[in-house]
Each structure stands twice: as structure tokens, then as C-alpha cells.
Ligand binder design. Sequence first.
Ligand code: SF4
Ligand code: FES
Length: 170
Amino acid sequence: MTTRIYETDEVEVAWDSQRCVHVAECIRALPAVFNPLARPWIRMHAADADAIIEAVGRCPTGALRYRRKDGREEAPETPTSIVPIVNGPLVLRGDLHVVAPDGTTVIRETRLAFCRCGASENKPFCDNAHRRIGFDSGDGVPHHSTARDRAESPDDVGPEQPPSFHVPTE
Ligand code: SF4
Ligand code: FES
């Protein structure tokens, strides 16, 4: 099982262990509810629904999601933001549609962390493998390529991408 459900009459919280990388935002926000040492680790009756929803919304990876039982859903943030975490994943917030090369929607989300170290076993999502491999994202001053300064056409930048580099458009 990868997704566990915790609920009250007002709200249901889902936690996907495949997507949790233990950033602990939820724990810092509401330690009475989110306690990694307790079982169950989420105690839904230790705070009101609004406080739990606010804490869930801080989860950067989308491992925590909620559904209000009156039907109201989490509104995506605008504008969409993409944050490269130093030595870690790309963290996205917004109305996120992950689309397969054939154009089908894989998942729609409001919060995601995408692997950029290449070692995740749950691609495209981060699974914390960057810690295991000691990923160095090299973030800092943007690299400036003098070879690209001299380019006079795309062929001077590098070989054409294979057909798998297909970006579906609506
Ligand atoms: S904030 Fe999200 S990723 Fe971080 S510990 Fe909580 S559930 Fe896991
Ligand atoms: S960036 Fe986290 S697993 Fe690759």
C-alpha cells in the first residue's frame, strides 16, 4: 500500500509514502497532528479541519493531499511556480497536468516534486534518491557557454533530439 487515508466527518487526508521525502513541513506546521513517531502518524482529531488543510497545503511534494467532504477541492496556486531545490528536486505548485508522450494525462496535481538527479525509482517524481547518491545540482551562477555564443544555427548547438523528445501540445 502506498496511500494511506486519514479522515474525520469534515475532511479526508491522503498520504502517499512513495512521494513523501520527509521535508517535515507538515510536522513543523502542526506537530500535534503530524507526528512521525506515532501510529497512526496523523491524528485527525488533534486540530480542526481548517488547520489540517493549511498544514497539508504546505507539503511541497504533494505526498499529502486533502478532500473536503462538502466537495470543495484545493485550489491551484497562480501563477504556477517552479523552484529548483539546491541538490534536490524541482518543486512545482500550480494547476499541474503531467502528460505522457502520447498526450494522455498521467496525473493532475496542485503540488509536485520532480526528480532532477536522475536516480529516482519513482520518476518523474522525487523519491529522495538525491540524498542517497549525494546529488550536486551545481546551482549558483548560471553557466555561460562561449561555444553557444558562436552558434549560427541549432546544428551548432548539438545533434537533433531523438523522436522521444516529443512534447505533446493541446
Ligand atoms: S510535508 Fe509532505 S513530504 Fe514533507 S514530511 Fe510531510 S508529507 Fe512528507
Ligand atoms: S531529485 Fe530527488 S530523487 Fe532525484
